[in-house]
Structure formats: C-alpha cells, structure tokens
Design a protein around this ligand. Structure first.
Ligand code: KIV
Length: 294
C-alpha cells in the first residue's frame, strides 16, 4: 500500500508533493482522491473523509459565488478561500487554482501570483493549458513552488472552446493531448488533471507520462479522480454533468431542514424552554416576573 493511502483516523502525516508524484496506478499505487473545498468546514469534512488532496478550485466562482463561469474570480478571491481551507490544517495536500489571467501576462506576474497562493496556505498551485504554458510552469517550479497541470476541457478557455465541450475526440486532438501531457511533465508538473476527454484518450495520456493523471470526466483508466464538493454532496442540483456521481442529496435535506425551522418559528415551537436562557427564581421574583424563571 502506498505511503499516502487514505486512513482517516490513523495516519495524520501531511500528504506531500513527492508522495503524490509517485502515485502511478501502473506501479501498484492506490488511485489518488481529490475533492474541491473552499472553506474550513469543507476542508475538515474532506480531511476526515480521508481524501489525499483538497483543490481550492476556481470552480468556487460557479458553485459558491454564483457566477456562470470561472473567469470572474481573482488571485485575491482564491487566496481568501485557500486561507480558509488552510486554517482547518487538513492532512490532505492543498492545491490552489491560479485563476484566469493570473499566469498569462508575464513570468514575473505568474510567480508572484503563485507565491500569494502559497502564502495563503496552499502546498502547490494548479494552472490550465498545454505546451504554451511551459515557460510559466518552469518559472514557478524555479521558485520552488510545485505545479499541477490541467489539460483537456479547461474551463478557463470556455470562450475559445465554444462552451464546456468534451476534448480530444479526434485523432489529432488526442495526440496533441498526449504531447501536452509529456511537455507539462517535462517542465516539472508533479501531477496533471485531465478533464472531459474520452476514456480511451485518458488511458493513452496516463500511459505516456510518469506523473499521476487525475481525471474528471476522463473515465477509470487514470491515476486518480477529482470531483467538485457541491456535486459529490448534491448541494449543487441545477446542472448534472454525465461524469458526476452524487453521494448525498444535501440540497434537498437542507431545504427540508430550513423549512422545518421556519415552520417551528412561525408556530412558536422554536425556541423551547430548554433552548432559552433563564433567570434564577430569585432574580425573576425581584423583577416581578413571578413563575417565569427556569
Ligand atoms: O476548479 C475546479 O474545481 C477544477 C476541477 C474541475 C478539476 O479545476
């Protein structure tokens, strides 16, 4: 069994970048488990569930902040959420997303933005894109900041892709993905997220590199899986991508709970005497509140 194997109650050693980098399923490793989280309670839940990595994803824009895409969030937004996750001191490795336009202008700007996320509490950063990102990846790695790549359906390219569309469906596009993965691994990425590609292509990419490929909508033949917290728990129920498996229906349970609370307030059933503070009988009597002390 690998050194970062999930064992929520016993192994409290932090998950490290080198430990993640060595997790290839073909070498006998257990698949990596990554889930997003954007705040301290979410981080504690992911930690207690025994995941390996917590991604403070720019998906925060869509599932928490109410935007229609991920392009609206800034480095400061991501740093704010990364710091909240880090304050929970979770055992999983914290991966912070570099948002759109934070690694597109210059290498200096890119390294500074990556450093902001590390200072907020991340153990590494993630960025989207293939070979054209190599100079930025090399600059970040050169500053001793570990980088995770992200290929395939890259949500920050929504306008260039013409929507959230499965990538790598044609021969040439599939071969480009393999070449991109090799270039990212060569540039120093310690792992790569592969999103929204046919399983067969994910399998090719996974076989082509010696760093772990973490899939989302990329089928089973990869080195790990990542899902968005609100999708796994059924908090987000408006969109249901094919690749999401919901393990709970917390939106329905939450609506039911808040409706029951509202009902109890309106009927006077809440709060009960046991849920209220009370004066001593003596003080109540002094105040003329006979028979009303607890
Ligand atoms: O921001 C995010 O949640 C992501 C995952 C979809 C991999 O990048």
């Amino acid at each position: 069994m690998s050194s970062t194997s999930s064992s929520p109650s016993t192994d409290r050693r932090p998950v490290t970048v080198p430990a993640v980098r060595s997790r290839k399923v073909r070498d006998g490793a257990e698949p990596l488990v990554m889930v997003t989280a954007y705040d301290a309670p979410g981080a504690r839940i992911a930690d207690e569930a025994g995941v390996d990595l917590i991604l403070v994803g720019d998906s925060v824009a869509m599932v928490v902040l109410g935007y229609d895409d991920t392009l609206q969030v800034t480095v400061d937004d991501l740093a704010h959420h990364t710091a909240a996750v880090a304050r929970a001191t979770p055992r999983p490795l914290i991966v912070a997303d570099l948002p759109w336009m934070s690694y597109h202008v210059s290498t200096e700007d890119t390294v500074r933005n990556a450093a902001t996320l590390i200072r907020a509490g991340a153990g590494c950063v993630k960025l989207e894109g293939g070979r054209k990102r190599v100079p930025m990846i090399e600059a970040i790695v050169d500053a001793e900041i570990p980088v995770m790549g992200h290929l395939g359906l890259t949500p920050q390219s929504i306008h260039a892709m013409g929507g959230f569309k499965v990538q790598g469906k044609e021969t040439d596009a599939a071969m480009q993905l393999v070449a991109d993965a090799k270039a990212l691994a060569h540039a120093g990425c310690f792992a790569i997220v592969l999103e929204g590609v046919p399983s067969e292509v994910a399998s090719l990419v996974t076989a082509a590199v010696d760093v772990p490929i973490i899939g989302i909508g990329a089928g089973p033949d990869v080195d790990g899986q990542v899902l968005v917290y609100h999708d796994v728990l059924g908090i987000e129920d408006r969109i249901a991508p094919k690749f999401v498996r919901r393990y709970a229906d917390l939106k329905a349970a939450s609506v039911q709970a808040i409706a029951a609370y509202a009902d109890d307030v309106r009927t006077g059933a809440f709060p009960a005497a046991a849920e209220s503070y009370h004066l001593s009988a003596e003080v109540a009597e002094t105040l003329g509140l006979y028979g009303r002390a607890g």
